[in-house]
Design a protein around this ligand. Structure first.
Ligand SMILES: *Cc1c(COP(=O)(O)O)cnc(C)c1O
Length: 459
């Protein structure tokens, strides 16, 4: 930081460094690079830091601020609910109006056979809940041995012990000695990295059939469920070929295993549909939600439960021994209601599908012409570019050259939040971005790819 920095920033940074352990952060590296960036306010699709820099939020926070910042209706909904009833729980045969109304609205918005929701405080807790629902369901049907859950490498399902076990992130597994028993992984449908020499249709089928192979390998009587994100988010916006999901669906149906769609990112308009499952024609038995459900204004997650599972759990009786103090927090539910009603009344999902996403797709695709870009892909308002040294062979830059983090740092210095997953650059802007914001995003991205290429040459 330069000597001209206002004193506020330096003081905050040193206090932050002394007392605050950040998620997914190398603290030593952060200190060496001058300390944390302090975001102080936000408006629309822009965030502002303590130095007064205005930055286009290409990630909508962490894939969540779908309606953008500064929506007064959401603030008012939280304030009004906090006045009326700031907290009560849904345990022991109690409930409250915001939880009731939100449950009803979610079942109206979700696919036809989803009529129940179990609320949580986050996406990780939603997936923990799924593990418990799945095992409880099969046990109630007299199949307690049907308990193994199959997930995918490079998936992200959260950071609790169950969430991180379901996730297929090797760095998380190594550090935490995960996964816990009863969770296994298959390879992902990441064509740029794993299937360059195949047609998309062939590659999609091949990767889906890995599920069938795994089921047969470990024994169909032991497999309870398969969980996956319709489009992998944190893994690098990995969009499966069209042949992938129908084959996954066939396999789940044929072997009678539950299908869980982790829609923590893809629900509520991200792919131009209320649920990403609809885009791909997936018929899940369980759906995880969080993030965009409140536009990130307050924490809330949930497991949406189809009749297939819900009826067994309800009709067989007995207690489902699971719950969180903040399951269905009234203020969070009130904000979710306000947020979903805005999305519905302002036709945000339709606008993404019909206007914003097609425009974004066409602008984003131009980045593929950049000399260090091997691929530019997008679906709805999720997108990635692959930084490569050689476009024709897809050869990457050496790991130590850290091309992705270089590009990310240039972006933030030039007014754009774009995230790096290795050398894959990703964005997921607020759903309310307008065409001029899309232009700005793509222009900054191009310029920063130039800067990245120059600096890599000099390194
Ligand atoms: C972010 C995310 C989660 C975890 O949600 P948290 O609210 O951070 O616990 C789970 N699944 C997916 C697909 C996510 O992107």
């Amino acid at each position: 930081m330069s000597a001209a920095s206002p004193p506020g920033t330096r003081q905050w940074q040193s206090s932050d460094q002394r007392h605050h352990l950040h998620p997914f952060t190398d603290h030593k590296a952060m200190a060496e690079q001058g300390g944390s960036r302090i975001i102080t306010r936000a408006e629309g699709v822009y965030i502002y830091d303590s130095e007064g820099n205005k930055i286009l939020d290409g990630m909508a926070g962490l894939w969540c601020v779908n309606l953008g910042y500064g929506r007064q209706e959401l603030v008012d909904a939280a304030a009004a609910q906090m006045q009326e009833l700031p907290y009560y729980n849904n345990f022991f045969q109690c409930t409250h109006p915001p939880a009731i109304e939100l449950s009803k609205l979610l079942s109206e918005l979700s696919p036809g056979n989803f009529n129940q929701v179990f609320f949580t405080g986050s996406g990780s807790e939603a997936n923990d809940t799924q593990v418990r629902l799945i095992r409880h369901y099969w046990a109630l049907l007299g199949r307690p041995d049907k308990m193994t859950i199959i997930a995918r490498k490079n998936a992200y399902h959260g950071s609790t012990i169950a969430g991180a076990s379901l996730s297929g992130m090797s760095a998380m597994h190594e550090q935490m000695r995960l996964p816990v028993p009863g969770i296994v992984h298959i390879e992902q449908p990441y064509q740029f990295a794993l299937g360059a020499d195949m047609s998309p249709a062939q590659f999609g089928l091949q990767q889906a059939r890995l599920l069938e192979e795994k089921i047969l390998e470990i024994g169909v009587d032991t497999v309870a469920a398969f969980i996956a994100e319709p489009v992998q988010g944190a893994g690098g916006v990995i969009i499966p070929p069209d042949s992938y999901w129908p084959e996954i669906q066939r396999i789940c149906d044929e072997y009678n295993i539950l299908l869980v769609a982790d829609e923590v990112i893809t629900a509520f308009g991200r792919l131009g549909e209320w649920f990403g499952s609809s885009h791909f024609g997936i018929r899940p038995d369980l759906i995880s939600i969080a993030k965009g459900v409140t536009s990130g204004y307050l924490p809330l997650g949930g497991a949406l439960v189809s009749d297939r599972v819900g009826e067994v759990i309800i009709n067989k009786g007995g207690e489902f021994a699971h719950g969180f103090t903040y399951s269905g927090h009234p203020a969070a539910c009130a904000v979710a209601l306000a947020s979903l009603r805005i999305m519905r009344d302002e036709h945000i999902v339709e606008r993404v599908r019909e206007r914003t996403a097609p425009y974004f797709k066409q602008r984003w695709a131009t980045l593929a012409e950049h000399p260090i870009v091997g691929e530019a892909r997008s679906l709805g308002l999720m997108a990635a570019i692959e930084i490569v040294k050689d476009k024709s062979t897809r050869e990457r830059f050496h790991k130590d050259q850290a091309a992705g983090s270089r590009c990310r740092d240039f972006c933030v210095d030039n007014g754009l939040i774009m995230r790096a997953v290795g050398d894959t650059m990703i964005v997921s802007p607020p759903l309310v971005v307008e065409e001029r914001h899309v232009d700005e995003l793509v222009d900054i991205a191009w310029r920063c790819l130039d800067l990245t290429a120059e600096s890599l040459e000099a390194s």
